[in-house]
Design a protein around this ligand. Structure first.
Ligand SMILES: [Zn+2]
Ligand SMILES: [Zn+2]
Length: 228
C-alpha cells in the first residue's frame, strides 16, 4: 500500500491511498480536479471513492467535480443520515467527529490490505482513543508550534481552536501508539511550524522504528505491512 501527498496546507489538501490491488481512495479534495487527476496519472477508473473532512475549500474544492464524474464521496459533515461507515472496494472507512472551531469536521479510520490508518486534520484535539485498534499509520495534522505563533496573530483564535499544535499531536501519538505503529505522516503545516523540529519531537515519542516525516506535494510513501 502507498500514500501520495498531492497537496497539504491551506493552499489545498489532497492525499491518495493506493491499495495493493491498485484501487485509489482520495483523502480530501482541496485542489482542482485537474491537479488531482494529473497527480494520480489520470487513473480515474481506479478511484474507489473519496472522503472529505469538512466544508472549507482547502479540503472540498473539487467535491462537486468528482461527484459529477460519478465518484462516490463520503462527506459526513453534509449528511444527516447517521451513516458512520462505508466500504469503497478495498477500503473500509469509519468517520468520527473532530472539533474545528465550530465547523463540523470529521476524521477517518481506514482499514485496507490488513493495515489500519487514521486520517485527521483541522482539529483542536481528538476526544477519542484508538489504542485498541492497533493503528499502523497515522496521517495527522501538525499545524504549528505554540511559542512560534505568539499572541498577536490576527486569526489566532481560529488557529488555536481549529488546528492541531505540535504538543497536541505529540499527546495524541503518545496516547495511541502501540508496537504496531509504523508511520506518522505530519500534515497541514502552517504559520509557526518547523518541519525538522516537529519530526524530531514526534520521533522522540515514537522511537526509532517508526517512520516520521512531514508531507510534501508529490511525496509517495510505501506503507509497509506490519510484520506481526
Ligand atoms: Zn484546512
Ligand atoms: Zn478547515
Amino acid at each position: 500500500m502507498l500514500v501520495q501527498c498531492i497537496g497539504t496546507g491551506s493552499s489545498g489538501n489532497a492525499l491518495a491511498l493506493y491499495s495493493n490491488s491498485g484501487k485509489i481512495l482520495l483523502l480530501d479534495l482541496g485542489l482542482s480536479v485537474k491537479e488531482i487527476k494529473k497527480a494520480i496519472n489520470f487513473r480515474t477508473s481506479d478511484i474507489a471513492g473519496a472522503v472529505v473532512t469538512h466544508e472549507h475549500s482547502d479540503h472540498s474544492k473539487s467535491l462537486k467535480d468528482f461527484e459529477n464524474m460519478g465518484v462516490k464521496v463520503f462527506k459526513p459533515y453534509m449528511e444527516n443520515n447517521g451513516i458512520k461507515k462505508m466500504q469503497f472496494n478495498d477500503f473500509y472507512v469509519q468517520c468520527f467527529q473532530l472539533p474545528h472551531n465550530g465547523i463540523t469536521n470529521y476524521g477517518f479510520y481506514i482499514k485496507v490490505d490488513n493495515q489500519k490508518l487514521l486520517y485527521m486534520t483541522d482539529f483542536e484535539y481528538c476526544p477519542f482513543i484508538f489504542k485498541k485498534q492497533n493503528i499502523n499509520h497515522m496521517l495527522i495534522e501538525c499545524n504549528y508550534i505554540k511559542e512560534m505563533v505568539g499572541t498577536n496573530l490576527v486569526n489566532l483564535e481560529h488557529k488555536v481552536k481549529g488546528h492541531c499544535s505540535l504538543d497536541t499531536c505529540k499527546g495524541f501519538v503518545e496516547a495511541n501508539k502501540t508496537s504496531y505503529l509504523r508511520t506518522v505522516l505530519l500534515l497541514h503545516m502552517g504559520y509557526g511550524s518547523d518541519n525538522d523540529r516537529m519530526i524530531k519531537e514526534i520521533k522522540e515519542v515514537t522511537g526509532d522504528k517508526v517512520f516520521v516525516d512531514c508531507a510534501r506535494p508529490n511525496m509517495k510513501i510505501e506503507l509497509n505491512e506490519c510484520p506481526f
